[in-house]
Ligand binder design. Structure first.
Ligand SMILES: Cc1cc2nc3c(=O)[nH]c(=O)nc-3n(C[C@H](O)[C@H](O)[C@H](O)COP(=O)(O)OP(=O)(O)OC[C@H]3O[C@@H](n4cnc5c(N)ncnc54)[C@H](O)[C@@H]3O)c2cc1C
Length: 428
């Protein structure tokens, strides 16, 4: 049996490698780090999580989300990435959040110890001639991106931004309170702001110096990962309806909702690090410290990681991919992960799993009713001119028959998707 080359040992590349290897294929997994680093990765570990440590919500206690359905599907399909995430979880309310170091080291161990996987630490600069999976992610190296552009033609660029991480011990706990929204759990540290404090913070934020990348193209941000300063620019109250919304938070000192609030979420198992939820930013580093320390509780915050902006590379899927994630011009090359045009950790993982199974089990039709099938459907059917990378959401699922009530519709989508994937699993 021929070996399958996989380029990129991120979330998608590792998932694809595992799906192939467990079915008896020999995999050569190429990873350029540490000899060539990306602007966001910091380690030589495989499947390094570069920004938020949250992998999105899970279905529990009657709460059903598209992200939760995708996780249930990945569990049925024996996802390596999901299982390592579950083994490295930290508390985060209804979300699956991980200790990022533990998570990457678990994935690295599982890959390195698999007898069918050979890891080669090198940059690949060309698309291989033999069957291969390209899973080089949003920060694909320039040479490989160029080689891909020659075949895939159109590429889209936009900008994502990373949120800062703070040492818990540097937070002034007298000024903040610990609680989830609507009193659900106590997984978040909330920094409440009065009207005056918010006004001062807002003014500093919109006037702060930014670190625009030199090839910045008219600010093509992905809406789900927009820098906090770009959200603020849209109007004085946009933050109070976005990452600083106070809804469902009661400050125990006043018994009322604050005017605005920043939430901090645990970032490691030990609970020593917290990230600023929704505060991705491209401000200059000195400016981040100055502006964010205006938030009550963060006056002396010690930032262990500051925000950065980065380029995001992905193909225009509806123009260049087929439903099996192959390049139409080069059907021996499969794409996987974020580069296919999905967005998000679990979505990228899912596209790694799909590419791996499509090679290992033969080209597979992924059920349209499932979250995975809905993502593929989106990639295939969007008008190329308007194509934007996409997170999983219930709007991508096929319509539910006339079912009243949001919860009931979500449950219908979930049950139909899980039935469809369970059937597929039997056939694989
Ligand atoms: C800065 C940043 C912040 C993000 N924040 C979030 C977030 O908060 N939440 C979220 O859900 N998603 C976020 N994303 C998206 C996230 O990266 C993806 O969802 C996910 O990591 C993509 O998985 P992937 O496997 O496609 O790529 P990656 O996980 O990036 O893996 C790609 C791998 O390929 C390697 N590689 C690149 N080029 C080559 C080459 N030529 N040869 C060999 N190896 C190569 C890289 O070193 C890397 O290890 C963020 C992305 C970035 C870059």
């Amino acid at each position: 049996m021929n070996s399958i080359n996989i380029i990129g040992a991120g979330l998608a590349g590792c998932e694809a490698a595992y799906q192939l290897a467990k079915r008896g294929h020999h995999v050569i997994l190429h990873e350029m780090r540490p000899s060539l680093m990306t602007p966001a990765h910091k380690t030589d570990q495989l499947a390094e999580i570069v920004c938020s440590n949250s992998l999105g919500s899970e279905n529990s206690d009657g709460r059903i989300s598209a992200s939760g359905i995708l996780k249930e599907e990945l569990a049925l399909l024996d996802s390596l990435i999901l299982s390592c995430a579950q083994d490295s979880r930290v508390p985060a309310g209804g979300a699956l959040a991980v200790d990022r170091e533990k998570f990457s080291s678990l994935v690295t161990h599982r890959i390195l110890s698999h007898p069918n996987i050979e890891l080669v630490r090198e940059e690949c600069t060309e698309l291989p001639d033999t069957p291969a999976i390209i899973a080089s992610g949003p920060l694909t190296s320039d040479k490989l991106a160029e080689s891909l552009r020659e075949v895939a033609g159109e590429r889209i660029y936009f900008y994502d931004a990373v949120a800062p991480v703070i040492m818990r011990e540097s937070i002034d706990m007298q000024k903040v309170f610990v609680s989830g929204r609507y009193g659900r759990g106590d997984d978040y540290i909330n920094c409440p702001l009065t009207r005056e404090e918010y006004a001062a913070f807002y003014d500093a934020l919109i006037h702060a110096e930014r670190n625009l990348p030199h090839d910045f193209e008219k600010g093509k941000y992905f809406e789900g990962c927009m820098p906090v300063e770009a959200i603020a620019e849209r109007g004085v109250d946009t933050l109070r309806f976005g990452p600083m919304k106070p809804r469902g938070l009661t400050d125990p000192r006043t018994g009322r909702e604050p005017y605005a609030a920043l939430q901090l979420r645990q970032d490691n198992s030990d609970g020593t690090l917290y990230n600023m939820v929704g505060f991705q930013t491209g401000l200059k580093w000195g400016e981040q410290k100055r502006v964010f320390s205006l938030i009550p509780g963060l006056e002396h915050a010690e930032f262990v990681r500051l925000g950065v902006m980065h380029r995001n590379t992905s193909v225009n899927a509806p123009a260049v991919l087929d439903e099996f994630l192959r390049l139409r011009e080069r059907p021996n090359i499969f794409l996987a992960g974020q580069i296919t045009g999905v967005e998000g950790y679990m979505e990228s993982t899912a596209m790694g799993l799909v590419a791996g199974i499509n090679i290992a089990c033969g080209l597979t039709s992924w059920p349209r009713e499932s979250a995975i099938g809905s993502l593929i459907h989106y990639l295939m059917t969007t008008e190329p001119k308007h194509f934007q990378p996409m997170n999983i959401n219930l709007g991508l699922f096929p319509e539910a028959p006339d079912i009243r009530g949001k919860k009931e519709r979500a449950l219908f989508h979930r049950n139909r998707a899980i039935d469809a994937i369970s059937e597929l699993v039997k056939a694989l």
